[in-house]
Design a protein. Sequence first.
Length: 341
Amino acid sequence: MNKVPTAHFDSDQFPPHEGLAAWRHMTASLYQTWPRGEPEGFRAQADGYKVGELVFNQARFTPARFLRGPELLVGEGRDFLSLQAQLAGEERMIMAHGHVRLLAGHIYLRDWAYAFDSEASTMRLHAVMIPRHRLRAGAGMRESTPVLSWSMSEPDGRLLSMLWQALLAELGQVTVPQARALCDAFLGFLDTLLGYGPAEASPASLGAMQQFLMTRLQGDVGIDQLCGHFHVSRSTVYRLFEPLGGVRQFINGARLQRCYDELREADPRGVKIADIAASWGFADSSSFSRRFRGRFGVSPSDVIGTALARTEDAAARADAAGARLNLDYTDWLQQASGHEA
């Protein structure tokens, strides 16, 4: 049977002083890596599948800094996206439009056409590298909205996560043609979730507009974007959102909820309330605190760290059957990122 190609990387396969260099070589088409600590202490593992142009990764690594500079943003190096499910840990990114925080329990669609500098804790994630032309939504992403997101605790994110997990479980069992068909269906679902499905699947309804806004909360989004995407007048948008107090009130309420969720999970020793507020568009601390208390009845400082005692995920990584050497992985990443040697 023509099985889906697999690959595996484990820094522990190398002498302690060579593991970081091997990871850097493998991921050089994506970013530069510096460990947060001694180089010999850096650890990384990854398992992957390659289905046509798509590269699926299941990875974990110790704290590190990642830098994607302008030298990688040339030609086809700007022409791909990644879908990333953050399962453990967090990444704080500085991009042209501002600060972005990638948190456990969320799924992100990232546009790799832009430079970034990030600091990551110990992380575990699933990711899919996707050529831009494979997603209709890719053409609609802009510098002001380079990251779209879903919470896995909300219906859209929960369903996307379940479908993704089911797809990963099948990739090790099915033939290449079957895998391609499954991946096409998965990308079609993702496009529809983002409001880029068939016209009849994306009506100008309140629910569809709310869904559109919820995935773009970290960017510049509002009435103009709704009118342009759904091809409706401002009066139509005003009418639909009137029961909710208007578009701006809906957006601010959703952003406040994301702030609340982040504060609950944050370690008060390593995060500032002002940073979380600013990452969701609340630049004025006093105004943010007033809005926060008005919505939740408590202050931001009362909420921070209340969920810190959660249990650490102890799931062990299983070795992929028929795993290949990291040389294959290097080739895959170079091809997917448009920097094939």
